[in-house]
Design a protein around this ligand. Structure first.
Ligand SMILES: [Zn+2]
Length: 142
């Protein structure tokens, strides 16, 4: 608990900026994905929030369909939180290398899944649909 409060104190400005940005994007554009707002096409993380909502509702199939990497990301986050706040690991040395390795693998998987979904699903069903009200599209309509 002490480490968690320490981390929150260390990163509170980033947390506040993130929450405010997402709130403003949601209110103004009814979407929190800056990539989709600007260019109309989904990003690699599109669908994670909706996958989380489906998971909270107990619909695992819909969650995996919305974004297949939510469950592995949740496992990674749980392991990270256990090691950081349960075991008290500092972000350096072996723990830092482990975390960076996991993040790199996750990033690679995100792009593999993204390009697969862009090839197979886009521009089909959400979240792999096209945003016709994106700023890039609206700018070119003038
Ligand atoms: Zn996105």
């Amino acid at each position: 608990m002490k480490l968690l409060l320490k981390d929150i104190r260390k990163y509170y400005i980033a947390i506040i900026i993130t929450v405010l940005s997402l709130t403003v994007l949601h209110i103004v554009f009814h979407n929190v994905c800056l990539f989709k707002i600007l260019f109309g096409i989904p990003c690699a993380a599109c669908g994670l929030t909706r996958a989380g909502i489906y998971l909270l509702q107990g619909n695992v199939t819909a969650s995996v369909r919305m974004h297949p990497l939510l469950l592995p990301v949740l496992v990674e986050m749980t392991v990270y939180c256990f090691l950081r706040y349960g075991k008290g690991y500092e972000y350096r040395g072996k723990f830092k290398r482990y975390t960076q390795g996991v993040l790199l693998i996750t990033l690679i998987l995100m792009f593999v899944v993204y390009f697969y979904r862009m090839y197979k699903v886009f521009p089909g069903e959400a979240p792999m649909d096209y945003n016709w009200y994106c700023l890039f599209h609206l700018y070119h309509l003038k």
